[in-house]
Design a protein around this ligand. Structure first.
Ligand SMILES: Cc1cc2nc3c(=O)[nH]c(=O)nc-3n(C[C@H](O)[C@H](O)[C@H](O)COP(=O)(O)OP(=O)(O)OC[C@H]3O[C@@H](n4cnc5c(N)ncnc54)[C@H](O)[C@@H]3O)c2cc1C
Length: 524
């Protein structure tokens, strides 16, 4: 049987589910989502939902449910051979003079199975079903000279014709293999033992995470909902073959490395050995019709809990662009910005997490010596005082970890007319995330900071209302309670990043800019 749909999503992990949720906000497009597993995964796997992902969940009205199922963590502690070398306290990052500019100034520790359940329930409530137990087996371009689409072969024998295939099919992606895309990188020699369990007698608070560095390796304790915790410990390659991976062995490693000998670790609910890799593809869009997202496009060490969050952000970045191309005749060029923006994020992430994980786990005597004898002093006597002293530094560190600091500033992405006029250096730039309000992700949002009584402003507003009524919503800064002041306007993309700013309110300039992406919008 052959059927057709606008978009076919391969894989219903967190990335595919988030992508489907975002597409569901656009009623005029059709899509289907397949997963080869007959049921949703129940393993807890990724634990951290960072602030930027919480903002996206908030757009879907899912944040309260997410918070009720997880635990908010507001400090991270680093211990070296039993002594605390640093504490990053998120609560100290919020003050009235320098607000942190996110509604979610902490990390939410929520099991991946719960995140997936939330997203799938959302889909079901919107009458969308994940088609489970169906393996996407093959893809063939149809009439590639005219670029008309893809025929997808499913394991049940059906064929689906689609305009776009979105590969959210994880680290062993079938689509990536079919497209013959290289997934260059390496497998780390150290693996991670992970166990979810119960801990009592912990000297750390209920909302604190602990990282422990010891001559035998790294260990960590991360709080979960109720009195549950996740414990992790690294083990290197030579020891892996004969390693005992029992829960008792892992809990002993955590006690030894943390030097919290009185910890009472019991009641293991789930455990796993995580073999970590760092790999990425170089093109996130292939043969025009294929997009790769999440682990299908990049995998990296678990440092900073970035993996799942990056997949969620890939989905958030691409969904509105595809929807706009399909329903508002946006230029295909808009789709190229998915690769331009997200491949840079993935490259930086893979490189930084790789460097950190290598330092944390290396067996090289010199690195090991520095890790245990020099790094703790640098952290205790240099980094910690700096963090205590400088709010700016604290906030920069938080933005880096929480993915709220990601920007898409680039001449290549916004190559013409992104700014009209001369701006004060503190005015947010095109490509920056707009942190003050979380608008809906179906429209562009134009926020007017100047008086609407001025003729040039009212004419500009009228121009937008007349020409882009379906695409751009207009907001008055005074009604939105935004603490930013300048005499202009800012256009925000559906995913919350600044597309354009003006202080001259020149409609010709705006028209030329917007026509790059929306050439067919009726402009009067
Ligand atoms: C033990 C463990 C611990 C982890 N801990 C963390 C952590 O603490 N923090 C963090 O951020 N990340 C962590 N990760 C990584 C995190 O789980 C992944 O980054 C995340 O799952 C990626 O989501 P995804 O949707 O891109 O891919 P996946 O979750 O792998 O989902 C891919 C989906 O595609 C389906 N699929 C595959 N091929 C096909 C096909 N041909 N047809 C149909 N369906 C298909 C699969 O069944 C699967 O459901 C951990 C991973 C593991 C294994």
């Amino acid at each position: 049987m052959t059927s057709s749909t606008d978009i076919l999503i391969v894989g219903a992990g967190p990335t595919g589910l988030m992508f489907a949720c975002q597409l569901s906000l656009h009623p005029n497009i059709s899509f289907r989502i397949f997963d080869k597993n007959p049921t949703r995964a129940t393993e807890s796997r990724a634990l951290v939902v960072h602030a930027r992902s919480m903002e996206v969940l908030s757009q879907l009205n899912l944040i309260d449910k997410a918070m009720s199922k997880g635990k908010l963590v507001d400090s991270m502690n680093g211990f070296f051979s039993g002594k605390r070398a640093f504490k990053m306290d998120f609560t100290k990052m919020r003050d009235k003079q320098q607000p942190l500019l996110t509604r979610y100034p902490y990390a939410l520790f929520l099991e991946q199975s719960n995140t997936e359940e939330l997203l799938e329930t959302y889909l079901n409530e919107h009458d969308i079903k994940v088609e489970r137990g169906i393996d996407v087996m093959d893809v063939t371009d149809i009439d590639s000279t005219n670029n008309t689409g893809v025929e997808v072969t499913l394991s049940n024998g059906d064929r689906v014709r689609t305009k776009y295939v979105c590969a959210c099919d994880g680290a062993h992606s079938t689509i990536r293999h079919k497209l013959n895309l290289s997934f260059a990188g390496q497998t780390y020699s150290s693996s991670l033992f992970i166990a979810d369990c119960t801990i009592s007698n912990s000297p750390m608070g209920q909302h604190e995470a602990g990282f422990f560095f010891h001559k035998d390796g790294f260990a960590g304790i991360f709080p979960m909902v109720g009195d549950q915790c996740r414990i992790v410990a690294t083990i290197n390659e030579e020891k892996q073959k004969n390693a005992e991976t029992s829960f008792e062995h892992v809990s002993n490693m955590v006690k030894t490395r943390s030097r919290f000998h009185s910890l009472n670790i019991s009641n293991c609910i789930w455990s796993s050995v995580y073999h970590s890799h760092h790999r990425r593809i170089t093109t996130f869009r292939s043969r025009n019709r294929y997009f790769l997202l999440g682990d299908a496009a990049h995998i990296h060490s678990p440092v900073g809990g970035q993996g799942m969050n990056t997949g969620l952000q890939d989905a958030h970045n691409l969904a509105w662009k595809l929807a706009y191309v399909l329903t508002h005749s946006a230029n295909d060029r808009l789709l190229d910005t998915y690769h331009d923006e997200r491949s840079v994020v993935a490259k930086t992430l893979v490189n930084t997490t790789d460097r950190l994980f290598s330092i944390m786990t290396s067996n090289n005597w010199f690195v090991k010596f520095c890790r245990l004898n020099i790094v703790p002093y640098i952290l205790r006597f240099f980094i910690q005082p700096l963090l205590n002293y400088s709010q700016t530094l604290r906030q920069a560190a938080f933005r880096r970890i929480s993915q709220t600091g990601i920007t898409y500033r680039s001449d290549k992405i916004y190559d013409y007319g992104a700014s009209a006029g001369n701006f004060h250096k503190n005015t947010p730039l095109p490509g920056d995330r707009f942190p003050y309000v979380i608008f809906d992700s179906c429209h562009y949002h134009l926020v007017i900071f100047e008086s609407q009584q001025l003729t040039k402003v009212s004419q500009f507003i009228q121009f937008i209302k007349t020409n882009y009524p379906e695409i751009i919503q207009i907001h008055d800064v005074h009604k939105e309670n935004i603490p930013l002041r300048f005499q202009g306007a800012i256009l925000i993309r559906p995913d919350g990043y600044i597309a354009y700013r003006t202080i001259v309110f020149d409609t010709n300039h705006f028209r030329a800019y917007f026509a790059q992406y929306f050439p067919q919008a009726i402009v009067i």
